[in-house]
Design a protein around this ligand. Structure first.
Ligand code: PEP
Length: 290
């Protein structure tokens, strides 16, 4: 299936569609993998984790206003479930997402939330497979794939997270391990119009440390190749975000990497003041590529 653009607002990125090996616009990643590169507008999403009370609605509104100033970038905030409805009411040009959903549509699962419940509250996206859930709730790759399908069935778009531990990175196995994790977590029918991938090295989350730019480029190219092995040309349109201590100081350099299609941002998304430079870096990159 041909890759589709994720949202109408991404239509401005069509200029990047159709770059094929041997053409003037050929880049390193699309050349060596031979993957047709489709239009991918930057996607920048905040993950508020277990932070945020109603008082933070003002920050949501301010971030929504920043999103309006950068209309070429798709901007979202994945807030605690308790804030989804309130955030939806003030979201401006941003979308509101959840941070997880249950695998089942309903049933005897005390304390859990189904994808349909999250959608009804106002979420249009959800994260699945964040490393904090994989670790704290022992979620397996199969669980993550099932959650992604449950989200899809309820009409939610999905950000599926993968990433390696520091031990794996130090052993030199990171690309192979994370590619394998991605393949094992990928839901049936994975397509660019409802699924994005977030590469989040576990050791970079909340630590202020990030991989070298070369390491990020190598990983993102490897993940796109892994996607292509499963979903063919659709891989060219699927957005692969970087996550892990992205902030206003490093976002421009990260966003400039060929296969980095945006960011999943934790700490630096909690206030508009911190998040705005990340969104602006994505907007500047879109403009530079126009
Ligand atoms: C995250 O947990 O998704 C994340 C990227 O966090 P931080 O930006 O704080 O490292």
């Amino acid at each position: 299936m041909a890759a589709r653009l994720a949202l109408d607002k991404c239509a401005g990125a069509v200029h990047r569609a159709g770059l094929v090996p041997g053409h003037a616009g050929e880049t390193r990643s699309n050349r060596y993998k031979g993957i047709r590169r489709m239009g991918r507008c930057k996607l920048v999403v905040g993950n508020w984790k277990m932070n945020g009370l109603l008082a933070q609605r003002d920050e949501v509104a301010a971030i929504g206003a920043v999103a309006a100033d950068h209309s070429a970038v798709e901007v979202g905030l994945c807030v605690p479930a308790t804030l989804i409805a309130a955030a939806d009411a003030v979201k401006g040009a941003a979308f509101i997402g959840a941070q997880d959903c249950h695998m089942q549509a309903s049933g005897a699962h005390t304390g859990c939330l189904s994808a349909a419940m999250l959608a009804e509250a106002g979420a249009t996206w959800t994260i699945v497979g964040h490393s904090e859930r994989r670790q704290d709730q022992s979620e397996s790759n199969a669980d993550v794939a099932t959650k992604a399908l449950a989200a899809r069935a309820a009409g939610l778009k999905v950000i599926l997270c993968v990433g390696e531990s520091l031990d794996v990175r130090d052993d030199g196995d990171a690309e192979a391990v994370v590619s394998e994790q991605l393949i094992a977590s990928l839901p049936q029918g994975a397509a660019a119009d409802w699924l994005a991938i977030a590469y989040e090295p576990i050791w970079a989350i909340g630590t202020g440390r990030i991989p070298t730019m070369d390491a990020v480029a190598t990983m993102h190219a490897a993940l796109r190749a892994a996607l292509a092995s499963r979903i063919g040309a659709e891989a060219g349109g699927m957005r692969i975000l970087y996550g892990g201590s992205m902030n206003g100081d490093n976002a421009a350099e990260l966003m400039a990497i060929d296969d980095v299609d945006g960011g999943l941002v934790g700490g630096a998304s909690l206030t508009a003041a911190k998040f705005a430079p990340v969104i602006a870096a994505a907007g500047d990159r879109m403009a530079a590529e126009a």
